[in-house]
Write a protein that binds this ligand. Structure first.
Ligand code: NAD
Length: 246
């Protein structure tokens, strides 16, 4: 129970990797604010956290909306009086090749994936600075390092997260706030289930560990990064890919 009584906000916690992270943090003893743009799935994850014996709160919030984010932070403080951990997981893709990419698809992805992290980090950092303690984990993607075809908006946002993580880590280090990024490879979530098998199977063959990742694989690394055992790690980018695209 290395996270006993810590209070964690996880964005995009309604399903997939965010849900996996929320449950892993709860397994280690943290109380969890399960935040998602979809209230119903956030509530479902919050119930699962409670079944694990921790306190939970479901909050409907769109991370790309500053007032939603401020409300999420205010509600968390009212309920728990502190915020120790923030996991910025919410993310979307709107795939199109470069010449077909629209302004709308560009803005939507950058607003959720990158501006959202700016909003949440800014809102939470104020309180973490007062407490002189904080652990922030940002979910990027291995594509942020390698690029890929048909997702330049997504890749730009994920590479942006890496830069943002390092800058925030530098600025916040003197307040005992660690900021790190996790770069997943291919993870089995509803996002992945949209990829046709004829594309997916060749990708799996390229993974040295010969399997896709699970939300739990990402949850394990996030839980480590927010624990005291990782107190000397900040500004790091951890690839969790089974060796894919190393
Ligand atoms: N699945 C993968 O293979 C993979 C690989 C690398 C990185 N990632 C990243 O991991 C994160 C989670 O991905 P996933 O596969 O679990 O996706 P997912 O689509 O299964 O889940 C994303 C969650 O975020 C929520 N969400 C979407 N827009 C939001 C918004 N504006 N505000 C708040 N919540 C919002 C959704 O409702 C959903 O619950 C994303 O940042 C994604 O880019 C995923």
């Amino acid at each position: 129970m290395i996270l006993r009584d810590k209070v964690a906000i996880v964005t995009g916690a309604g399903q997939g990797i965010g849900r996996g992270i929320a449950l892993k943090l709860a397994e280690k003893g943290a109380h969890v604010v399960a935040s998602d743009i979809h209230a119903q799935t956030a509530r479902r994850t919050a119930r699962e956290v409670e079944i694990l014996g921790c306190r939970a709160l479901a909050v409907k919030a769109d991370v790309s909306c500053r007032s939603d984010v401020e409300q999420m932070v205010a509600t968390t403080l009212t309920e728990f009086s502190k915020i120790d951990i923030l996991v910025n997981n919410a993310g979307i893709a709107r795939s199109a090749t470069l010449l077909k990419l629209t302004d709308e698809a560009w803005d939507e992805v950058l607003d959720v994936n990158l501006k959202g992290i700016f909003y949440t980090t800014q809102a939470v950092a104020t309180h973490m600075i007062d407490a002189q303690y904080g652990r922030i984990v940002n979910i990027s993607s291995i594509y942020g390092r390698t690029g890929t075809i048909g997702d330049s908006n997504y890749v730009a946002s994920k590479a942006g997260i890496v830069g943002f993580t390092k800058s925030a880590a530098r600025e916040l280090a003197r307040h005992n706030i660690n900021v790190n990024a996790v770069l997943p490879g291919i993870v089995d979530t509803p996002l992945l289930q949209g990829i046709p098998d004829k594309y997916l199977q060749p990708m799996i063959k390229e993974i040295p560990l010969r399997r896709v990742g699970t939300p739990e694989d990402i949850g394990n690394v996030a839980a480590f990064l927010v624990s005291d055992e990782a107190s000397y790690i900040t500004g790091a980018t951890i690839e969790v890919t089974g060796g894919w695209r190393m």
